[in-house]
Design a protein around this ligand. Structure first.
Ligand SMILES: [Zn+2]
Ligand SMILES: [Zn+2]
Length: 335
């Protein structure tokens, strides 16, 4: 089979490797859609810890083609979506924190490949009626759900989401589903910003044209929003959002800031305003919930492009350029 191997920096090679065989408790999936995530791009930019050579991509969906010993044979032919890691469900990490903290996690290679090998515990059956492209967004949606599951969403409260990439838009959508009253979305890319409306944003802010702090101030009678989410991963933006939150509000980290970064805020303000800051690590335990939630969101127009495996390097570049919203690798399509 063919795989796209990341060689460090932005270099990707297309290589022929043996198609994986399913061992005990494993299965092999034919990859139909594999989403390009911000962390894949950050790896090629040195902003997220990773060591080449590696096959990137962790948002993959497709049918099961082979199962190993101990795995239900009726899974063959079923469309599945996979979580990033196989949680054992028995260790301290799994029992006390979340699947993402499993201490016995075996790391498999990624989804920019024609086939992937996974542990059967990573597999979730895709509900009928959900196409593979949409279902591959279960992983990013699970990250958003896991993040928002950590906070108390007051019915009818105000919220601010900074960043209108996929995670920002999904954050708007989930907040709306959970009963948030008015939501402000701030994003400089007009195409992304315009999509905020279909997810339930009430006010759209282009920060290059209108001052966001002033807008939040007017909108909330000077108090600030209950929930302020940063969905970009830029420490200065997190700091800015923290200043627009009302007392006893929540500062929510949806975006992943670079390793080694720090938050440029006056801690006195956070303390004085009794702000709670939280962020979730990956999909947590929310993957199943994400597959159930996807049909409740209007994802029309979210997929900006599908690329064949040979064009993985180009797809990563296009995705990194910041136009559009979500790009996918389609290893079995001649796109
Ligand atoms: Zn991802
Ligand atoms: Zn575990």
């Amino acid at each position: 089979m063919r795989v796209a191997t990341w060689r460090g920096g932005t270099e990707i090679t297309i290589d022929e490797v043996p198609t994986p065989k399913a061992g005990p408790s494993e299965l092999v999936m034919k990859v139909l859609s594999s989403g390009i995530c911000g962390t894949d791009i950050h790896k090629t930019q040195g902003l997220f810890p990773a060591t080449p050579p590696d096959i990137l991509g962790h948002e993959f969906v497709g049918p099961v083609v082979e199962v190993g010993d101990g795995v239900d044979e009726s899974l063959i032919g079923k469309m599945i979506a996979c979580t990033l890691n196989a949680a054992c469900g028995e260790c301290q990490g799994c029992l006390t924190w979340s699947a993402m903290h499993c201490e016995r996690n075996k790391r498999y290679s990624g989804g920019f490949a024609e086939y992937v090998l996974v542990d059967h515990r990573q597999a979730h059956i895709v509900p009928d009626g959900l196409d593979h492209g949409t279902a591959s967004m279960a992983e990013p949606l699970a990250c958003v759900l896991s993040t928002l599951n950590m906070i108390d969403v007051e019915e009818g409260c105000d919220a601010l989401v900074v960043g209108g990439g996929l995670l920002g838009l999904l954050t708007v959508g989930v907040l709306k589903l959970r009963g948030v009253g008015r939501i402000i979305l701030s994003e400089p890319n007009t195409q992304r910003l315009g999509m905020g409306t279909q997810f339930g944003a009430d006010i759209l802010n282009d920060p290059t044209k209108d001052d966001l702090a002033e807008l939040v101030n007017d909108f909330t009678g000077g108090y600030g929003v209950k929930i302020g989410a940063e969905a970009v991963g830029v420490p200065q933006l997190v700091a800015n959002v923290s200043k627009m939150i009302r007392p006893r509000g929540n500062l929510v980290l949806v975006g992943v800031s670079p390793q080694g970064s720090s938050l440029p805020v006056d801690l006195y303000d956070l303390h004085y305003k009794e702000i709670t800051m939280s962020g979730a690590f990956g999909a947590g335990d929310a993957f199943g919930e994400a597959l159930e939630t996807l049909p409740k969101l209007n994802l029309e127009g979210i997929v900006s492009g599908r690329f064949p495996l040979e064009k993985t390097a180009e797809a990563l570049q296009v995705s990194a350029a910041g136009g559009g919203v979500k790009y996918m690798i389609a290893p079995h399509e001649q796109v």
